[in-house]
Design a protein around this ligand. Structure first.
Ligand SMILES: [Zn+2]
Ligand SMILES: [Zn+2]
Length: 162
């Protein structure tokens, strides 16, 4: 069965339109929402024949669009802060982690902090890519039968030892 997909609400956070599956009734939607994400994606695709991306977008929005990030203005200079939880302003350098004793960083030290954060992020990305590659190689080896089971390894070792 394949049903029409309608472009639903726009999610400003992930910049996607949440699809609406016209062929699904309320009971089916409820059942899908109760499933684990991976299962829901599979089932949704089986039911509607939609693309995996479409199914994913639908699954990650169980209650409509993601709430937008609230960015209050800096109390010192009015620049929009990074998030609601921000306790410092990158524009003017004021830092009110301790509200009793706000301090002002020099823009030089702010730039340095930003530079370090960027570098750390870059390394995290490289590291993650390496780990993923390692996993992929391991999976390939298993798929090709190049990895010995524990029992096989023990047998082989015994032959060497005796
Ligand atoms: Zn979203
Ligand atoms: Zn500011």
């Amino acid at each position: 069965m394949s049903g029409a997909i309608e472009r639903g609400e726009f999610c400003p956070k992930c910049k996607n339109y949440i699809p609406r599956f016209l062929a699904l009734n309320e009971i089916e939607v409820k059942a899908l929402r109760a499933m684990r994400p991976a299962d829901a994606i599979k089932e949704l695709r089986r039911k509607t024949g939609c693309e995996i991306v479409t199914a994913k977008i639908w699954v990650v929005h169980p209650t409509g669009p993601h709430p937008a990030r609230i960015r209050p203005p800096c109390p010192y200079c009015g620049e929009l802060l990074f998030s609601e939880k921000s306790k410092q302003c990158l524009k003017c350098g004021w830092d009110w982690h301790n509200p009793e004793k706000p301090i002002r960083h020099s823009t030089k030290s702010l730039n340095e902090t930003a530079r370090i954060a960027k570098k750390k992020l870059r390394w995290q990305r490289i590291w993650r890519a390496r780990v993923l590659k390692g996993i992929a190689i391991g999976e390939k080896a298993i798929a090709e039968g190049r990895v010995l089971s524990h029992e096989e390894a023990k047998k082989k070792l015994k032959r060497w030892l005796t």
